[in-house]
Ligand binder design. Structure first.
Ligand code: HBI
Length: 355
């Protein structure tokens, strides 16, 4: 197929501002290229793709980033900034749709979803988050009623947030596992990775580390500086080691040396990329049983689970996770989350739409 992949308007690919959808985009493009499809990626100016996507065509658009839905209240209306990047992306996508078998949208935004029944070339959406606002809940429900097969989700927990006309199409997620090295000799440290923002619950990870007397290494884009300062003040000096936002190659090298990863989402995380990235390096995960991570962590196989927000239970789960066999974590990821398996699932979904 000739596939046009339209990226998030929240930031350039490779900047870290797009969050998990950046990693999903590059893995998906590389996986579809491997399967012989011709892929064009339409993204924000400044976007870069990894070498695995070199065969893709990259179209860039300028314009003002879309405000992230994660920072708006549930009743907020849809907002388009002046000179919106989102508008430019979709003007270009619609202008060129005839050259493609299918258009795949990765943006969690109202406009592309609203367009679904009105395009000549089938428009498919990989929904990248759970419910974060009424406006998006509404347009997802509307598209599900009009074109149910045009929506796909990462996990069942995520899809359950929405009012869908049919059982959801689930495609999981995928990772280029050749980029992750298995580490069998960890340091006595805990890890935490994700955007540094309240919905990620870093404060709970900090508390667990302090209780176990282990340092907590933290990787991620510092989105909310005040929040980071509050978390640092909540534990003894020296508990937290801030490592910043690292590209995958460096991140996986440092992540792999952790004895366990703590995952503490306060929202319905659609998937939880860092959970799988850690397991790919042999790192067991102690997580709240919430959202995607609640589906990905299998007690005793690749980590341990605690009831959401129960910090005492998370301390106990971390003890259990520390005893999990590290090779088993890698084996689980190879079976469920490889780039090849993910691309095959997406190909099946898109081919059905492309007819
Ligand atoms: N907000 N408006 C908007 N559009 C997106 O595509 C978007 C977002 N917030 C977060 C986000 N995408 C990604 O970080 C998640 O999809 C993973």
């Amino acid at each position: 197929m000739r596939i046009l992949v339209v990226s998030t308007p929240v930031g350039a690919l490779g900047s870290g501002r797009g969050g998990g959808v950046e990693l999903t985009a590059s893995t998906l493009v590389a996986g579809l290229l491997e399967r012989g499809h011709r892929v064009t990626v339409l993204a924000a100016e400044g976007s870069v793709l990894p070498p695995s996507c070199a065969a893709a065509t990259l179209w860039l658009e300028r314009g003002a980033d879309q405000p992230s839905w994660q920072h708006r209240s549930r009743q907020d209306p849809v907002e388009l900034p002046v000179d919106a990047l989102l508008g430019r992306l979709w003007r270009r996508a619609l202008a060129h749709q005839a050259h493609f078998s299918v258009v795949l949208n990765l943006a969690y935004d109202w406009l592309p979803l609203w367009l679904t029944p009105h395009t000549a070339t089938p428009l498919a959406h990989l929904v990248s988050m759970g419910s974060v606002g009424e406006a998006m809940d509404g347009v997802i429900a509307e598209v599900s009623a009009l074109r149910p097969r045009h929506l796909a989700f990462h996990t069942a927990t995520q899809a359950a947030d929405f009012q869908l006309a049919e059982p959801p199409i689930l495609v999981g997620n995928g990772f280029d596992l050749s980029r992750y090295q298995l580490c069998l000799e960890p340091e006595p440290v805990l890890g935490w990775a994700g955007r540094i923002a309240p919905e990620k619950g870093l404060e709970d990870g900090a508390l667990v580390a302090a209780r176990l007397g282990l340092p907590l290494r933290i990787w991620g884009y510092e989105e909310d500086r005040a929040y980071a300062a509050r978390v640092a003040a909540s534990v003894p000096v020296g508990t937290l080691e801030w490592r910043g936002f690292l590209p995958t190659e460096q991140l996986q090298g440092e992540l792999g040396r952790c004895a366990a990863l703590l995952n503490t989402p306060k929202w319905n995380e659609a998937f939880g990329n860092v959970v799988v990235e850690a397991m790919a390096c042999g790192v067991p995960v102690a997580a709240y049983q919430r959202g995607g991570p609640g589906e990905l962590v299998v007690e005793g196989v690749n980590g341990a689970l605690a009831p959401p927000d129960d910090r005492e239970a998370l301390v106990a789960a971390t003890h259990r996770a520390l005893a999990v066999e590290r090779q088993g974590c890698r084996a689980w990821v190879e079976e469920h989350c490889s780039q090849q398996a993910f691309a095959a699932r997406v190909e099946t979904w898109l081919q059905d739409l492309a007819g």
